[in-house]
Each structure stands twice: as structure tokens, then as C-alpha cells.
Write a protein that binds this ligand. Structure first.
Ligand code: SF4
Ligand code: SF4
Length: 139
């Protein structure tokens, strides 16, 4: 039986490979930012973390989400993600979002929006990747 590590290696490449199309960085996606995200991004771009929400976010349900540019792209998009090394946890975890993948049918729905997702990827491989990217293992 393959180990979780084997499944992770096999599944990551075959289940998801980002084409860097930027489709997930446009539109109202509700990219929530945590306090840790705010701290890291603020240091990276050299702004006061206490001003970050006011300058770069709007609120959704009382929680900060990244604001959009006039064309709908994320405030940090400029042909590429300009904060890639410190992008929010939600962006780093995509598409292995545990709360969404409680129902595996959501994998196919996500694939219809993200060309990097292989809609035929086996559930066991996806499960292994979800496990790998659980919050407790995030940096
Ligand atoms: S939509 Fe998918 S393939 Fe395109 S940039 Fe986002 S994660 Fe990558
Ligand atoms: S932070 Fe980067 S990866 Fe996340 S939505 Fe904005 S531009 Fe895209």
C-alpha cells in the first residue's frame, strides 16, 4: 500500500498543476486574510500592519478580504501575484481546501473554474494532499 508521502508525490502533480492563468485572482472570490497573513504581507511590502486592512481590504461578514482593482483583479495582482512568497493562507492552500472537499463533488466544481485542476484525480490522492496542507502543518 502506498504511503501518504507516495500519494502526495504522485497526486500533487497529477491532481493539480497551476497554469498561472490568474483566473482565481479576479472576481469577488472572498480571499480572507488572517492576522498572520496581514503580518507577513505587511512586512513583505513594508507597510504598517495596523493600516493594512484599511489600505488593502474590504470587509465580508466583518472579516477582512483582499480588495479588488477596478478591473476586478486582486489588489496584489500585476500579471502575476506580487506577494507570492507571502500570499494568504487561502491562496497557498488552493485547491486543497478541507472545508470544501468534505464533499468530493466540489473538486469537479472547482475544476470547472481552475484549469490547473485535474477533475479525474483520484480521491485518495486528494485526501492525502488535504491532510498535508492542514492548518497545523502550515508554516
Ligand atoms: S485558476 Fe487555477 S490554474 Fe489558474 S492561476 Fe488560479 S490556481 Fe492556477
Ligand atoms: S494574493 Fe496573489 S494569489 Fe491570492 S488572489 Fe491575490 S494575486 Fe491571487
Amino acid at each position: 500500500m502506498p504511503s501518504d508521502e507516495d500519494l502526495e508525490k504522485d497526486s500533487d502533480a497529477s491532481a493539480f498543476s497551476c497554469t498561472q492563468c490568474g483566473e482565481c485572482c479576479i472576481g469577488y472570490g472572498g480571499t480572507f486574510v488572517t492576522d498572520q497573513d496581514i503580518e507577513k504581507i505587511s512586512i513583505h511590502i513594508g507597510v504598517d500592519p495596523h493600516r493594512f486592512v484599511e489600505k488593502f481590504c474590504c470587509l465580508s461578514g466583518g472579516r477582512p478580504v483582499l480588495a479588488q482593482q477596478v478591473d476586478g483583479h486582486c489588489v496584489f495582482w500585476d500579471k502575476v501575484c506580487t506577494i507570492h512568497p507571502v500570499k494568504p493562507k487561502l491562496c497557498r492552500k488552493w485547491p486543497y481546501i478541507e472545508s470544501l472537499l468534505i464533499d468530493f463533488d466540489n473538486w469537479k466544481i472547482m475544476a470547472s473554474m481552475c484549469p490547473g485542476i485535474n477533475k479525474k484525480a483520484p480521491p485518495h490522492g486528494i485526501k492525502a494532499m488535504v491532510k498535508k496542507t492542514r492548518p497545523s502543518r502550515d508554516p
